[in-house]
Design a protein around this ligand. Structure first.
Ligand code: ASN
Length: 481
């Protein structure tokens, strides 16, 4: 009986997911590549005042695509996740101020070098620390998965410092500026650009960068040789015809303000709101889409799990307990990375970020929902079921007419609670590059360094949405009563 009730829900659920999975753009005549990038890595990859991705990398990539007649979908996120996307086949290539190293050549095919780099070690401006040995016992900030972080780690034993990891360069810099970390390691051209634009840090080895080398464009080993060939060919042409130098000059010879916007736009809450209204709005829409779809589908899935949990069949009850146990136990971010970055390497198909995010929400929030739904049904006095059965109602009828309605009433507060948690949990999905509210905030702060104002605005938007959601839930509750 439970099975029969569950079946249509499962079918609808599968269809819905299928729509998301296959709803991505069909290939036009020109090939479309997925290219991942570091969302905050000026002057190579960053968002400008119009919330467009710009930078030396981005301009070169645009030119390569134009001259070789392909289009691409850009996936900006943290560097570490962006690189893993290519290694696992989720993206075709990565351009992210990524240093060419021997270890990386084992995993990726790489283009010719397009920019000179090397690792700098950095302290706060005016810091008394003069040599690496003075870092003994102190904390050094590193960015996960980068060549600079590997370089830092290779010195750790010798100099005896502790390390702390960050996902993006700006947060890492800020940890040193605020005095929480004593030093950091980052690529020379990247830190020099930030210092030139007013960051309060100091490079200790300006003439002596570690692991000097170059930046390249990377694809997964053995895949997309055409992309590498196109990149190399166009890079040569661009160096010869002067367009490469023009791009470099555009970013290095002009004030960063040209890209970040005026101080009126950046130095007041109102200015930030006004100049980023489209980005805030788009982020909010993405958050709401994820929340609404997540709430509906996770509730359905949770109901299925809950009903299975009180079914007559021992097998179904066991299955429900196992699923709830597994998905309640997994941290949301681990699940998101597993689905988005891990799974495609095994199943051989790309999963769009939104689908991966939604699936994460369904599995995680659905497990919590399943647990309280099961509990709610169990809380309905056993006597109710017995009474219904003794009146001659078959099990299924007794369930749907007597137990379920009473159980649902008990569950309403838990549902409301879970809706709010789902909304807040969408922020964790920023880690897989979904441009929802939190990721929108990260990108804006990377540009204007106005952490306090931007996070206050983002926090306020969440509070407003949560208030609306609570009102709606209360209204629903009254109607159910
Ligand atoms: N420069 C870094 C690396 O080569 C990449 C990055 O942080 N965007 O590992």
């Amino acid at each position: 009986m439970v099975n029969q009730r569950v079946k249509p829900i499962l079918v609808a659920f599968t269809l819905f997911l299928g729509l998301f999975a296959f709803g991505t753009k069909a290939n036009a005549a020109e090939p479309n590549y997925v290219i991942s990038t570091d969302a905050t890595y000026a002057p190579f990859d960053f968002q400008d005042k119009n919330n467009e991705y710009v930078g030396i990398d981005q301009d070169i990539l645009k030119e390569v695509a134009k001259r070789n007649h392909f289009t691409y979908t850009l996936k900006p996120m943290s560097f570490n996740a962006a690189a893993q996307m290519v290694a696992n086949g989720q993206a075709d290539g990565i351009i992210a101020g990524m240093a060419i190293t021997d270890e990386r050549k084992q995993v990726y095919d790489v283009s010719d070098s397009y920019y000179k780099t090397g690792v700098a070690w950095i302290t706060k401006k005016g810091s008394k620390i003069k040599s690496l040995s003075e870092l003994k016992g102190k904390t050094v900030a590193l960015k996960s998965g980068t060549a600079a972080s590997n370089y830092g780690l290779s010195l750790q034993k010798k100099y005896g410092f502790k390390v702390k990891y960050f996902n993006d360069t700006d947060t890492m810099y800020n940890d040193v500026v605020n005095g929480n970390s004593a030093a950091t390691f980052e690529d020379m051209p990247v830190i020099q650009y930030a210092i030139k634009n007013g960051l309060d840090l100091e490079v200790k080895n300006p003439n002596n960068p570690g692991n000097a080398g170059g930046y390249g464009f990377f694809v997964k080993k053995g895949q997309n040789p055409q992309l590498i060939a196109d990149f190399n060919k166009t890079l040569k042409e661009m160096k010869a015809d002067g367009s490469y130098q023009k791009i470099v000059d555009k970013y290095l010879k002009s004030d960063q303000k040209n890209f970040t916007g005026s101080s009126a736009d950046n130095n007041s809450t109102w200015g930030i709101l006004r100049s980023n209204k489209k980005a805030f709005f788009d982020g909010l829409v993405q958050t709401i889409e994820l929340t609404v779809a997540g709430i509906i589908l996770a509730s359905l899935w949770g109901m299925v799990l809950g009903l299975m949990g009180v079914a007559k069949s021992k097998f179904l009850r066991g299955l429900s307990t196992t699923i709830i146990y597994a998905f309640r136990g997994l941290p949301l971010m681990v699940l998101a990375f597993f689905i988005y970055i891990g799974l495609p390497g095994v199943i051989g198909t790309k999963i769009p970020a939104f689908t991966a995010g939604l699936l994460t929400l369904i599995l995680n929030e659905g497990a919590y929902t399943g647990a309280f739904v099961r509990g709610g049904f169990e809380a309905v006095d056993r006597g109710q079921m017995e009474a219904a059965r003794s009146l001659g109602l078959p099990y299924g009828k007794a369930m749907s007419k007597v137990v379920v309605p009473q159980g649902l009433k008990i569950m309403v507060p838990s549902f409301v609670n879970q809706f709010i948690i789902t909304l807040k949990d969408t922020s964790i999905l920023s880690a897989i590059g979904i441009l929802e509210l939190t990721q929108t905030g990260t990108l804006i702060v990377a540009r204007n360094s106005q952490g306090f104002r931007v996070w206050a605005i983002i926090g306020l938007i969440y509070m407003i949405v949560i208030t609306l959601l609570t009102w709606f839930s209360n209204w629903l509750k009254k109607r159910l009563d």
